[in-house]
Design a protein around this ligand. Structure first.
Ligand code: CP
Length: 319
């Protein structure tokens, strides 16, 4: 794996290897000694052109736990405000010596351009690009599902037959896109539930079933997992959005709807959450919720992604 740009490029074997390496990394994270020497002497630059809390900080934690040197770049406060291009920004940082780039960008396709342009000669990991993809989020989501479903017996397993329902703003969701491809690869059955105006036209070509009615979807599908997606108000200029009360009543995981879920259904959300809009606090804070597990698992999964991309190894060797 030279780069990690899209879950479409990840084979089932690669995905399961990465999830298994993340299992090893989570054991490291839970032990008293929280560092591995695997990336000692390597420098990773985190290039964030868009805001982030979870992804940016968990990449930084992952890099430090693998003993890498870390350079953090935020577009805000940089020479991007003077008009400096992506090419000149990355080449400037590369001139200081870097071994890998983690990039979040508001433009769909920016990580692919960086990886394929020849501007720099370093592996690129996509930390979320526009409405396109967020591969490490999908991997941490799959890791979380696998761990809850299979516990200590997770290693080597996919998600065959697991029923996963995504609800909400699919149109703008890079999380949904990366999850659709990865979950298909891992054998899960994916259902999308959304108002018609928050579904992309291309959904007809995706390996999913579609419903507009959340109550019917829950009653008929009895999902193993419901993933509530954030309403992306900042990208809503190109789509019709019902008012918040109407949206919450029809597509939100309200208290009443939460109680209609099977007791074993996992409630997921990639964060940040709009409490009271797409998800009620009762659901978000319930024992069925994996919201904080997803965040914790994100560090292990990003350690695994960095490890595979920077060392080319397919398993962790313990000293
Ligand atoms: N889930 C996610 O990508 O969150 P951040 O935007 O906080 O990184």
């Amino acid at each position: 794996m030279k780069h990690l740009l899209s879950t479409r490029d990840v084979s089932r074997d690669e995905a399961i290897q990465l999830l298994d390496i993340a299992e090893d990394m989570s054991t490291v994270n839970e032990r008293e000694v929280k560092k591995l020497p695997a990336l000692r002497g390597k420098t990773v630059v985190n290039l964030f052109f868009e805001d982030s809390t979870r992804t940016r900080i968990s990449f930084e934690a992952a890099e430090k736990r693998l003993s890498a040197d870390v350079i953090n770049f935020a577009a805000k406060g940089s020479s991007v405000s003077k008009g400096e291009s992506l090419k000149d920004t990355t080449q400037t940082l590369a001139a200081m010596g870097i071994d890998a780039v983690v990039i979040r960008h508001g433009a769909s396709g920016a990580p692919q351009v960086l990886a394929q342009s020849g501007w720099i000669d370093a592996p690129v990991i996509n930390a979320g690009d526009g409405t396109h993809e967020h591969p490490t989020q999908a991997l941490l989501d799959a890791f979380t599902m696998r761990k809850r479903l299979h516990g200590a017996a997770s290693r080597g397993k996919g998600l065959d037959g697991v029923k996963v329902t995504f609800v909400g703003d699919i149109l703008h969701s890079r999380v949904a896109r990366s999850n659709v491809w990865l979950l298909q690869t891992l054998g899960a059955q994916v259902q999308l539930v959304a108002p018609p105006t928050l579904l992309p036209h291309a959904v007809d070509t995706w390996p999913v079933s579609v419903s507009y009615d959340l109550d019917e979807a829950i009653a008929q599908n009895k999902p193993d997992v419901v993933m509530m997606l954030r309403i992306q108000q900042e990208r809503m200029h190109d789509a019709f959005f019902p008012n918040e009360r109407e949206y919450s009543n029809m597509w939100g995981l309200t208290q009443e709807r939460f109680f209609s879920l099977p007791a074993k259904t996992m409630v997921m959300h990639p964060g940040p959450m709009n409490r009271g809009l797409e998800i009620s606090s009762l659901a978000a804070d319930s024992p069925q919720s994996t919201v904080l597990e997803q965040v914790a698992n994100g560090v292990s999964v990003r350690m695994a992604a960095l490890y595979m991309v920077l060392t080319g190894e397919r398993e962790v060797t313990h000293d």
